[in-house]
Design a protein around this ligand. Structure first.
Ligand SMILES: [Zn+2]
Length: 52
C-alpha cells in the first residue's frame, strides 16, 4: 500500500509518497524544518499520512 503525506502549509504543494511510513515521516519533518522553519512532531506527521 502506498502512503502519502501532503504538506499542509499555506502555498506549499510539497508531497511525498512511499511504502514506508517511517520514510514519509522523516522526509516531511525535514521539509518542515528546511522550508517552513517549523518543527513537526512525529505524531503530527503520522496524522498527515494517507493511504492512496
Ligand atoms: Zn511545505
Amino acid at each position: 500500500m502506498t502512503k502519502q503525506i501532503m504538506c499542509d502549509a499555506p502555498n506549499c504543494d510539497f508531497e511525498v509518497r512511499s511504502d514506508t511510513e517511517e520514510e514519509l515521516v522523516s522526509v516531511v519533518q525535514q521539509h518542515a524544518e528546511q522550508h517552513h522553519d517549523a518543527t513537526l512532531s512525529r505524531e503530527d506527521a503520522m496524522g498527515m499520512v494517507r493511504e492512496i
